[in-house]
Design a protein around this ligand. Sequence first.
Ligand SMILES: [Zn+2]
Length: 151
Amino acid sequence: VYLGRVDEVAERLDRVLARVREHGFRMTPQRVAVIRALVESTAHPSIEQVYLQLLPEYPMMSLATVYKTVALMQELEEVIELAADDGGIHWDGRRPDPHPHLVCTGCGQIVDVELERIDELVHKVLALSGFGIVTRRIDFWGVCARCQSRE
Ligand SMILES: [Zn+2]
């Protein structure tokens, strides 16, 4: 899992909030809380998980607010969309550059995996297909070590 230094995460949060403001979006405490939750989380949460996490502190918040805020972050390319084992969509707002993920089919956790030479792979795909590559998503599915030891 990509952690990043605490000050880097805090800096990025300020930057994302500034960008959202620059784009003329009204900044409500709920919106700030959603953005903060996504930028700080290492867990690749779903929208529902973000909602449930924030609900105790923001009981008036609606699920729609979380949806809209994630859509906004996606528009600004400050969050990436991931497939998950629960069939839902999960999000990485801590590290919004495309990077490979591992999905556990046992417990459903999603973790980052560091791979070198992804750029080479992208160039090869480009050369083989002639596609203008816009983005990429590389996911691996399997059973994590903890789930394996439980079996
Ligand atoms: Zn990630």
